[in-house]
Write a protein that binds this ligand. Structure first.
Ligand code: TRP
Ligand code: SF4
Length: 438
């Protein structure tokens, strides 16, 4: 199985996806002890991650970390797109530096948009809504891929560590895929890794919150980050912690340096074997690896390395469309767009598929199926913040005391309020673009 980031596949079996691609489960140990955990975390909408441990520990220890996400400006922004920005705003409240890439190069290369069309779409559909939703301009950088020389240069430079077979295996390109399209994943890697350059805050944990369709890009970026490291810290076959130099130049200088860092970290039982380009840390355990690795990474730029830490990711489930299949910009009746007229959105909700029974009588007797209901999903993902209130809806649906008609009206009303308020804020937001593009 392959994940194609440019197709419109729907995903159902997230557990299988997770296992097949080696994505880790996002259990409650990652969010239980965070300040006011966001509903998407609490409710299992975020189901998987790669490497979130280092983000968790950066938050807990109040160390710097960054978020990088991107938007594809090729259609209207709907509720499915809102999730990432909800997550981003939550993490911004926890102190992350925020970077948002407008993927106009990708829209140009893969969707046939002109850069100008992509720009207009990004501003009117996405950025204005982000600001209206509450994204704060402080410690937030929004940029267009096509205008970011550093990102584009990095894309080109990083490309040297990937070969054609890898690209083929990851993306399944064919002989007729155009070259700009083939190159666009490297631009995304440039997006993801540039935030760790000195100029943008330096080497630090970076989180990329995405839908699972973006996982191929995450794997590519993680592989490339690792390939550029000068040191590798790992458990050896005989269960020791080893620091290895990965390049062939300046090996001794680098080993000296690693020794110094390890001493600073209070490890004393070190054994150096220069022929293996190795330093064994006998008094370290597996739990120390990540800390040692991060310390070494941070100093790699002084030795002309990048020191990129592997970017971390979280994966959210996709919200189901109102019609029961995918929520998609190309099927207006399936989606609530953030720029929908409030009344129009309410009408779509009244016509949505539910998990209700075939007749009122049967629903009273057997209850409804909230797990298979688009209305319930709207409550769970977006409309209801209070967990107890959500639970009450769930229970009264199951027990057959709540009927779909009323339930839809409730959702429609909440949505209308939300959209009216958003529209007002969006109109104000347009005046504030300049604060964001800096
Ligand atoms: N490829 C993403 C999409 O289709 C957009 C994107 C560009 C992105 N650069 C990114 C997403 C960096 C996450 C991180 O939506
Ligand atoms: Fe969905 Fe509400 Fe009907 Fe239950 S009562 S199936 S939650 S619309």
């Amino acid at each position: 199985m392959k994940i194609d980031p440019w197709s419109s596949t729907t995903y159902q079996d997230y557990t299988r996806l997770r296992d097949e691609f080696g994505i880790q489960e996002f259990t409650d140990v990652f969010w239980k002890d965070l300040p006011h955990p966001h509903r998407l975390l609490r409710r299992g909408v975020i189901f998987g991650h790669r490497g979130f441990e280092i983000i968790h520990s950066a938050i807990k220890n109040k160390r710097p970390w960054a978020i990088l996400t991107g938007l594809m400006p090729s259609g209207r922004m709907h509720l499915g797109h809102k999730m990432v920005i909800d997550e981003v705003m939550y993490y911004q409240s926890l102190g992350a530096d925020i970077f948002i890439a407008v993927a106009d190069i990708e829209a140009y290369a893969t969707r046939g948009f002109s850069l100008e069309e992509a720009r207009i779409c990004a501003l009117n559909e996405y950025i204005s809504n982000y600001i209206a939703l509450g994204l704060k301009p402080d410690r937030c950088h929004i940029y267009f891929q096509s205008e970011h020389q550093v990102v584009k240069d990095l894309a080109f430079l990083l490309g040297r560590k990937v070969n054609w077979s890898q690209m083929l295996a990851t993306y399944g390109f064919t002989g007729s895929t155009n070259m700009s399209h083939i190159f666009s994943p490297l631009v995304q890697t440039g997006d993801i890794l540039h935030v760790q350059l000195q100029k943008y805050g330096g080497v630090r944990p970076t989180l990329v919150p995405v839908g699972v369709d973006q996982d191929p890009h995450i794997r590519l970026s993680r592989d490339i980050a690792q390939a550029y490291r000068l040191f590798n810290v790992t458990v050896t076959k005989d269960n020791k912690i080893g620091v290895f130099v990965k390049i062939d130049e300046n090996v001794d200088v680098l080993l000296d340096h690693a020794e110094k860092i390890l001493h600073l970290l209070h490890f004393t039982d070190l054994k150096r074997i220069s022929e293996y380009k190795a330093l064994y840390v006998n008094d370290a355990t597996e739990q120390d690896i990540s800390m040692i690795d991060q310390q070494l990474a941070q100093t790699e730029p002084t030795f002309k390395g990048y020191g990129f830490l592997q970017p971390c990711s979280t994966y959210h489930r996709f919200i189901t469309g109102l019609t029961g299949d995918k929520m998609s910009s190309s099927k207006p009746e399936s989606a609530i767009f953030l720029t929908d007229m409030p009344k129009e959105a309410a009408k779509k909700i009244m016509q949505a598929k539910t998990g209700g029974a075939v007749s009122l009588e049967e629903q009273k007797r057997c209850g409804g199926k909230p797990d298979e209901c688009m209305i319930y999903e709207l409550f769970l993902y977006h409309l209801i913040e209070d967990d107890k209130e959500l639970e009450t809806i769930f229970q009264s649906c199951k027990q057959g005391t709540q009927m779909c008609g009323n339930c839809k009206k409730h959702a429609a009303l909440l949505m209308e309020h939300f959209l009216v308020d958003l529209k007002e804020k969006r109109e104000k937001a347009a005046e504030r673009y300049n604060e964001y593009f800096k």
